[in-house]
Design a protein around this ligand. Structure first.
Ligand SMILES: Nc1nc2c(c(=O)[nH]1)N[C@H]1C(S)=C(S)[C@@H](COP(=O)(O)OP(=O)(O)OC[C@H]3O[C@@H](n4cnc5c(=O)[nH]c(N)nc54)[C@H](O)[C@@H]3O)O[C@H]1N2
Ligand SMILES: Nc1nc2c(c(=O)[nH]1)N[C@H]1C(S)=C(S)[C@@H](COP(=O)(O)OP(=O)(O)OC[C@H]3O[C@@H](n4cnc5c(=O)[nH]c(N)nc54)[C@H](O)[C@@H]3O)O[C@H]1N2
Ligand code: SF4
Ligand SMILES: [Mo]
Length: 692
């Protein structure tokens, strides 16, 4: 009998948990079960079910195996197999032609976080910069949340997330952690078991996380800042506010207190849809426990006032002085602790700052040739896409589809599966998965950098992202020393240039922990502004999006934490507010192709309050239509009491083909940028609902 080798790896998916993995290697081409590393203090042996079943995705019969060239109309799915040389030559020729006709900025390399590996994900930027192609302003995920966080603390970091286990109250705010980052629950539940801690979950529907919490707070979408203001009002009113701390560590506590005088629980109740009693109870629970850990997610920032909401929620930790205590404070992401030198991977030494930065999330308008979003420059006529599926994940899908259908647009995509976007491409290249290439990963939700080596041979003719970038660079005459380096050389160079050891050191353990000291992580030496003070009153106007494109009404942002009523409110014609949340068994669009995940999720459905359903004669399982000015989507009804009336919730980024009319959920979402630094209001759409 063969002995099964168990090798260390890292989950490559776009998830704050970035789990340390142990992968069974059955033979040189086959993986078996995947488990969480028990000796990694954050992963602590726990991973989500979908990645535990990764073998199903890796060895899926539908994996792309050979390069393909389209033979039928765009979207037809008709392709013929071609060789790698022909495929790469055709891409290079198309890029040269686009550049010759309109200038290099007509080429737009486009990527996102299908893999979070630093080398395989970001190497596409080296090719871009070497050839002067259009840059990409990456807005689709983190901008709303990160901007709001940095506005207060000045730095994207916070207390060690493992400290949750030492808290007396854990507030899981606007993240469905059971589904989207399961390890948060590991540490929160430890606090409950060992210290009797209370878990509070703030969401817009009764998620699995809310079900596991001691206190569930279900508010109207986009009203979190009102709840935060009321919690701070109570803190000042009832003497929970730490005035000594505020005097030392905050910019304008008196002004904030005066401003909050009218933001009482009754005011917030009218906005949030919560009762005054609910708000008072949460405010008292948090106010009385200095070891309150606010774990702030992305979900509540995916509205037009989302950046303001994040800043308001984070401000609670400062009013109460929670930052001073172990197990206390607020945490969102640790992006700032790493300081990785990405010069060689991304070609940062050859960036031409004059090159335009096209907004990733406005790809529909860009491909349709809207001069505003093209900054008056040439049209986009050629693209290389890696690690993303814009035909499903981007807002304003009606425009995205029209854009990708353009006959004069050349698209090459490098993918693991025949996604909605791949079907629109001219050339499709087969990609490796994380167990088939070398890369390095850093945790957003923790403090480790981890090495994920190649464990098995790639199937068919699959190639790595790095290989494709290097091969295109050669054909296009792109010059940079990074093109001559292997992924392992890149990792070693980056670690050494960042003064973080070497690949050999990282590889010996599998990961390395970069948690800053307690005082720094808790901002006890001051916040990351010159005067060391937390900003209740950020200078929003100083935060300008690249190219100064139309970025929404940033000058009107409330100067102090406040409810900002700029969400897409319901109207008589479109009386519902739609939230398009993630599904537990998918990871964005990844796993929406694996049978076990599809079986668990069933089919696209929309959760409807029983009274709203009854008022429209809608019963469980009925086909319904959601529509607004942007388009129409048909899917099945799920009658669900765990949300407010007037709110609808869908889960999951299903392939467009899973919907009755072939139009996916982002047909309904809008692409107008969230103030002040861009981002998408994915959970902020007004819609109409009817049976049929
Ligand atoms: N309505 C709605 N829309 C949303 C969201 C929402 O909540 N609601 N969430 C948004 C968010 S937060 C995000 S981050 C985006 C995510 O959007 P995407 O980044 O597009 O989603 P993923 O499914 O993570 O990854 C896309 C593809 O990368 C491929 N891939 C994985 N690894 C590799 C690799 O090594 N090489 C290559 N070449 N390809 C690889 C996968 O096969 C997959 O098809 O979606 C956004 N869209
Ligand atoms: N299983 C699974 N895991 C994932 C993903 C996935 O698609 N599936 N996606 C990954 C990615 S790319 C990211 S960025 C993260 C995102 O993970 P999260 O931080 O969890 O953010 P979201 O996925 O946008 O939304 C999470 C929750 O926010 C709630 N929400 C929506 N609007 C509001 C609001 O106005 N107020 C409040 N309080 N809550 C609101 C939604 O109902 C949902 O339960 O997850 C990652 N992990
Ligand atoms: S998707 Fe998230 S929770 Fe699941 S294994 Fe990957 S990092 Fe861990
Ligand atoms: Mo994301």
């Amino acid at each position: 009998m063969n002995t099964v080798a168990v090798r260390r790896s890292v989950c490559p998916h776009d998830c704050p948990s970035t789990c340390a993995l142990e992968v069974e290697v059955l033979d040189e081409r086959t993986i078996g079960r995947v488990r969480g590393a028990a000796d990694n203090a954050y992963t602590a042996g726990v991973i989500c079910a979908k990645v535990a079943r990764y073998a199903e995705r890796n060895h899926h019969p539908d994996r792309l195996m050979t390069p393909l060239a389209r033979t039928g109309p765009k979207g037809s799915g008709q392709f013929r197999e071609i060789g790698w040389d022909e495929a790469l030559d055709r891409i290079a020729d198309a890029f040269k032609e686009a550049a010759a006709r309109h200038g290099p900025q007509a080429v737009w390399p486009y990527y996102y976080a299908g893999t979070m590996g630093q080398v395989q994900r970001d190497g596409i930027n080296r090719l871009r910069h070497a050839l002067g192609y259009s840059r990409m302003f990456d807005t689709i995920c983190t901008n709303t949340a990160w901007t709001g966080w940095i506005a207060g603390t000045g730095r994207l970091a916070g207390p060690d997330p493992r400290e949750m286990a030492k808290a007396d109250v854990v507030v899981i705010w606007g993240t469905n952690a059971v589904s989207t980052q399961v390890n948060v629950m590991t540490h929160a539940i430890r606090a409950r078991k060992t210290r009797g801690a209370k878990i509070v979950a703030v969401d817009v529907y009764r998620t699995e996380t809310v079900k596991q919490a001691d206190v569930g707070v279900i508010l109207r979408p986009g009203t979190d800042a009102a709840l935060a203001c009321a919690i701070m009002h109570v803190a000042f009113r009832d003497g929970y506010a730490d005035r000594d701390y505020l005097a030392r560590f905050a910019d304008c506590p008196e002004e904030l207190e005066a401003h909050l005088a009218t933001r009482d629980p009754a005011w917030a109740a009218a906005i949030t849809g919560l009762s005054v009693e609910e708000i008072e109870a949460v405010a008292a629970l948090i106010g009385r426990n200095r070891r309150t850990f606010l774990r702030l997610g992305y979900g509540f920032t995916r509205g037009r006032n989302g950046t303001v909401g994040m800043h308001a929620a984070q401000s609670i930790a400062t009013v109460l002085g929670l930052w001073q205590y172990e197990g206390g404070g607020a945490f969102h992401n640790n992006g700032a602790i790493y300081g990785l030198n990405k010069t060689m991977i991304e070609g940062l030494d050859i960036v031409d700052p004059a090159t335009r930065q096209l907004d990733q999330s406005r790809i529909g308008a860009i491909l349709e040739g809207d001069p505003d979003v093209l900054f008056g420059g040439p049209p986009v006529t050629a693209m290389l896409i890696q690690n993303t599926n814009p035909m499903t994940v981007c807002p304003e899908q009606t425009r995205v589809r029209r854009g990708f259908a353009r006959e004069d647009l050349f698209v090459a995509i490098h993918e693991q599966f025949m996604t909605d976007t791949a079907r629109m491409a001219d050339i499709v290249l087969p990609a490796t998965t994380f167990v088939e290439h070398d890369d390095v990963y850093r945790g957003g939700g923790h403090q480790y950098i981890l090495y994920g080596p190649k464990l098995v041979e790639a199937p068919g003719q699959c190639r790595t992202n790095h290989e494709v970038i290097v091969a295109l660079a050669e054909r296009l005459g792109a010059e940079h020393p990074g093109f001559a380096m292997s992924p392992r050389e890149h990792i070693d160079w980056m670690l050494k240039a960042s003064r973080r050891g070497s690949l050999a050191e990282l590889e010996a353990v599998g990961w390395s922990e970069w948690q800053p000291p307690f005082e720094e992580a808790h901002y006890l030496n001051g916040f990351a502004y010159p005067d060391g003070k937390f900003r209740f009153k950020p200078d929003w106007t100083a935060i300008a999006a690249p190219n100064n494109g139309p970025m929404g009404p940033w000058s009107a942002l409330p100067s102090l934490p406040d409810y900002w009523p700029v969400t897409e409110e319901a109207t008589a014609d479109a009386p519902f507010r739609l939230v398009t949340a993630p599904a537990r068994s998918f990871l964005n669009t990844s796993f929406n192709e694996t049978p076990s995940s599809v079986a668990k999720e069933g089919r696209p459905t929309v959760k409807i309050h029983p009274d709203d359903a009854a008022a429209r004669g809608i019963a469980e399982g009925d086909l319904v239509r959601l529509f607004n000015a942007r388009g129409s989507v048909r899917l099945h009804a799920e009658i669900f009491a765990g949300l407010k009336r007037g709110v609808l919730v869908t889960e999951g980024l299903w392939p467009n083909t899973a919907f009755v009319d072939g139009a996916g959920i982002n047909t309904l979402t809008a692409a107008d940028p969230v103030a002040p630094y861009g981002g998408v209001a994915f959970h902020d759409s007004r819609v109409s609902l009817e049976k049929g």
